[in-house]
Write a protein that binds this ligand. Structure first.
Ligand code: AHM
Ligand code: MG
Length: 334
């Protein structure tokens, strides 16, 4: 009988190849995988188990929380707090960092996560996901504070996301390419189905929320205008458009067939530099996209080189097929 390579086997072997690995990272990843399986199950059961709808609370960003936002956040914490691999966690759904409770051992890693990305899509049964980023806890720090998390994306040990779509998938990188795994619901394991995911350098598909057009800066307007002009304009080819409003689904599509995704800087709310969050969304996705041969920029700088100033900082995000991202970046320079 043919059995596929499980995510645990894949990570263990990758860690062994790197050498000097203690197995701690593999164990941490296993706990994250467990959290994603629980969340996948809750998302899948939906109305049957009464988890749809709003929770009646707001998160630190002032966004209404869905029941599943709260549940997913709890699941992430419960699955990851006990094992001794983490020193602290930070979540899009929590105001402050979550230190590992005193009754548990502390480890050498930090994790940031968006427990349920795209949660506006839950009630309408469109794909959502979980995004995570693993950092090292700074040397000598045993009681990390928020400032210990403020490391640029280039320092990430691992970036990953789960996608709760028609199939539940897990995509991750440890800086050695990008691998995609599909959850075999019968066996309860993520199986390697998409080794070496790569993003084509060119594309004719763009993703942006067009309703924000009047708030965009000139370079983004110009780029999208040129896409819309298609074969009648300077690009000399027709473009297709998608907008799922679930970053996890958009990034997965781009990993599969290429494309460019933009949530650019806009003037809708001048107090925010963008919509997406650096630590929970932009950095882990940027890591994955770059490792797959794509690019991820704010339009003005590489996302992964930003020195974070705040845990919940927002940034403009332009990611995907390299040549298209570079074109948008070039328009920002002109
Ligand atoms: P969330 O983390 O609160 O779900 O917000 C992030 C999501 C992204 O997944 C998606 O790309 C974007 O918000 C959609 O925003 P909009 O509804 O403005 O189109
Ligand atoms: Mg999100």
């Amino acid at each position: 009988m043919h059995t596929g390579e499980t995510i645990t086997q894949f990570i263990s072997e990758e860690q062994r190849r790197v050498g000097g690995a203690t197995g701690e990272f593999t164990a941490l990843l296993n706990d994250i995988v467990t959290a994603c399986k629980y969340i996948s199950n809750a998302v899948n059961q939906g109305a049957l188990v009464g988890v749809l709808g709003t929770a009646g609370s707001e998160n630190v960003q002032g966004e209404t929380q869905k029941k599943l936002d709260v549940i997913s956040n709890d699941v992430f914490i419960k699955a990851n707090e006990w094992a001794g691999h983490l020193a602290a966690m930070a979540s899009e759904e929590m105001d402050d960092i979550y230190p590992i409770p005193a009754q548990y051992p502390k480890g050498k890693y930090l994790i940031t996560f968006d427990p349920l990305d795209g949660s506006s899509n839950i009630d309408v049964n469109i794909s959502v996901g979980s995004i995570f980023s693993i950092l090292r806890c700074p040397e000598g720090v045993t009681n990390p504070t928020a400032k210990d998390f403020l490391q640029p994306g280039t320092k990430q040990v691992c970036g990953g996301f789960a996608l709760y779509g028609p199939s539940t998938m897990l995509v991750l990188t440890t800086g050695n390419g990008v691998s995609g795994f599909t959850l075999d619901q019968n066996v309860g394991e993520f199986i390697l189905t998409h080794p070496n995911m790569t993003i084509p350098e060119d594309t004719t598909e763009f993703a942006i929320n067009m309703s924000n057009m009047r708030f965009w800066e000139e370079p983004v307007k110009r780029y999208v205008d040129e896409c819309l002009a298609g074969s009648t304009g300077s690009r000399d080819k027709d473009f297709n458009m998608r907008w799922v409003a679930s970053m996890v689904a958009e990034v997965y599509r781009i990993l599969t067939r290429g494309g460019i995704f933009m949530y650019p800087k806009d003037t809708k709310d001048p107090s925010k530099a963008g919509k997406l969050r650096l630590m929970y969304e932009a950095n882990p996705m940027g890591f994955i996209v770059e490792q797959a041969g794509g690019a991820c920029s704010t339009g003005r700088e590489r996302v992964m080189e930003i020195q974070p100033e705040d845990l919940h900082q927002r940034v403009p995000v332009i990611l995907g097929s390299k040549n298209e991202v570079e074109r948008v970046v070039a328009y920002h320079k002109e």
